[in-house]
Design a protein around this ligand. Structure first.
Ligand code: G4P
Length: 524
């Protein structure tokens, strides 16, 4: 197969949702179609469940699962599909945001009874920021739901994206009869007792009286609703979808494997193959001859006895070839990557080559950090891997002075993995850990102890937000830093960070110092 064909047959995407909307169930059904797994229940939910086991045990179990399911690749109908998994727990949303930088499109799962939930909105904000094409799957139609038009309105208003339904449900809950596929004009009947795919009946003309034979009185309502759909929503414009302005919508039930095939088939047809990526220096096109890629995730110390790490590299351009020398631009050093792994059918295997859109796992002994660029020699830096301003803060103290070295090393590596962010107060020199979720503090303490034999103590620090500051006028920046010297810190890269106690104080600072730019992500 030539390079261009390899490129165009790749679909690299993530399935995201508010916890419990059905992301894991849908992922599993897609893998069943791809033959990547054989039985339902093979995909483990990577949710952190509170209760039965201690959180720490749960975290370890999760880490095991999440490396196995980080990327699920399979071949289907001539396509090479790469599904990137995202953590289910909202305390790990930053991981999810980073994963979204490595995908070319996204499927958002919405629970038909609950509608748009807070996490869905946040994830959509990231997609919008990056103009990622989005398809919405409205799930759990086998249960009583909100009205379909209301749901679509809610999606448009809350997710701030135009929608275009491509299938339409016939009732829901106990009366759920199935969906009409608007895209290819066919009727797909639902039978809760059969988990296999029901025969699909072509219905070119919805006014054909034969429709009554299948769905009786519901035929009239379906016709009326479809007329309304055609009146209200514009035709599907694939370019609008690709530009991230319009979300095609499907209805179904992941649990019953219903509506999933339509979703997959349409997705494969319209979803983009790898798109250009942006570096600080220039745009990188996937069909460029030379290889480039970036690290979007690091998974460390799966086996605590070996300091093994896997850096997940998204191939952005050219062909990656095993045993070739590639440059880590940040270090200015070249490395031979002799055992890169790919993730096919949830198994890790060594690969000899990879193409744009693919994810490869590179065994690492500490040379890579999140955001690193790999090239054949060119000095470019991929953009778009932001750290978000943390919202929870603790002072960190060494609880075992004999293990200072271990503690520093552990903290260094955990920060490189993106578990949390480290700041140093410029006022008292103390170390401050900032996170987006409470659970990260437990993760840090647990992993420091188990992987680095170091101990730390946290001290609550009541703070609203850390934001990066910048100013074109060095004098004004200095003046700000002097006035706020008790609240100034440096991040790991030595950049200035203002730690605001409250939203009011932040607002006051923004009003008073008009020339200072306050940034809420580390990418600016
Ligand atoms: P998540 O990854 O988005 O967090 O959701 P997950 O797939 O784990 O699904 C959450 C719950 O919703 C699961 O039930 C799952 O079986 C159920 N579910 C998913 N899709 C559908 C659907 O189409 N219809 C119905 N009725 N339920 C659905 P659970 O009881 O929490 O877990 P489990 O014990 O069944 O695994």
């Amino acid at each position: 197969m030539d390079f261009q064909t390899e490129l165009e047959r790749r679909r690299t995407f993530a399935i995201v949702s508010h916890p419990d909307a059905g992301k894991t169930t849908l992922t599993e059904k897609l893998l069943l179609f791809g033959g990547a797994i054989r039985v339902a229940g093979a995909v483990k939910s990577n949710k952190i469940k509170k209760g039965a086991t201690s959180d720490f045990m749960e975290i370890e179990r999760q880490r095991g699962i999440s490396v196995a399911t980080s990327v699920m690749g399979f071949e289907y109908d001539g396509y090479k599909v790469n599904i990137l998994d995202t953590p289910g727990h909202q305390d790990f949303q930053e991981d999810t945001f980073r994963t979204l930088t490595a995908v070319d499109s996204v499927i958002i799962v919405v629970d038909a009874a609950k509608g748009v939930e807070p996490q869905t909105e946040k994830l959509m904000n990231v997609c919008r920021m990056r103009k990622t094409p989005v398809i919405v799957f409205i799930n759990k139609l086998d249960r009583p739901t909100q009205g379909s038009f209301e749901l679509l309105d809610e999606i448009e208003n809350q997710l701030k994206i135009k929608v275009r339904p491509l299938s339409w449900p016939i009732n829901s809950g106990p009366d759920f009869k199935g969906v009409y596929n608007i895209y290819n004009r066919s009727l797909n009947l639902f039978n809760p007792n059969v988990q296999e795919i029901e025969p699909i009946i072509a219905f070119d003309d919805i006014n054909n009286p034969e429709l009554e034979n299948y769905i009786r009185n519901d035929a009239k309502i379906l016709r009326e609703e479809l007329e309304l759909v055609e009146g209200v929503y514009p035709e599907l414009d694939v370019n609008e979808y690709l530009a991230g302005n319009l979300a095609p919508v499907f209805f179904g039930s992941a649990l019953y494997n219903f509506g999933v095939q339509e979703l997959l088939d349409t997705f494969l047809k319209i979803a983009p193959f790898p798109r250009p990526s942006y570096t600080e220096e220039r745009e990188v096109k996937p069909d460029e001859e030379k290889f480039s890629g970036f690290v979007f995730k690091i998974h460390a110390n799966i086996d605590p006895n070996h300091r093994s790490r896997i850096a997940f590299v998204k191939v952005c351009s050219g062909q990656f070839v095993r045993n070739n020398m590639y440059k880590n631009v940040r270090l200015g050093k070249t490395f031979r990557i002799s055992s890169p792994t790919a993730f096919m059918a949830s198994q890790k295997e060594i690969v000899d080559e990879a193409f744009p859109g693919d994810i490869i796992g590179v065994p690492d002994t500490g040379n890579f950090i999140i955001g690193d660029t790999l090239t054949e020699g060119e000095d470019i830096h991929f953009k778009g891997l932001p750290s978000f301003s943390p919202e929870l803060f603790r002072y960190m103290e060494n609880a075992d002075p004999m293990k200072t070295k271990q503690l520093n090393k552990g903290i260094d590596q955990l920060m490189d993995e993106g578990v949390a962010q480290l700041f140093t107060s410029q006022f008292n020199g103390r170390k401050i850990i900032g996170t987006v979720g409470q659970l990260q503090f437990e993760v840090i303490q647990y992993r420091l102890e188990h992987e680095y034999t170091a101990k730390c103590r946290f001290e609550v620090l009541s703070m609203y937000k850390a934001c990066w500051i910048e100013c074109d006028d060095p004098k004004k920046l200095d003046e700000f830093k002097k006035r706020k010297h008790q609240k100034m810190a440096k991040d790991k890269r030595g950049r200035d960070v203002f730690m605001a106690d409250s939203s009011f104080i932040l607002q006051m600072a923004q009003d008073e110092f008009k020339d200072i730019r306050f940034h809420f992500t580390s990418e600016f």
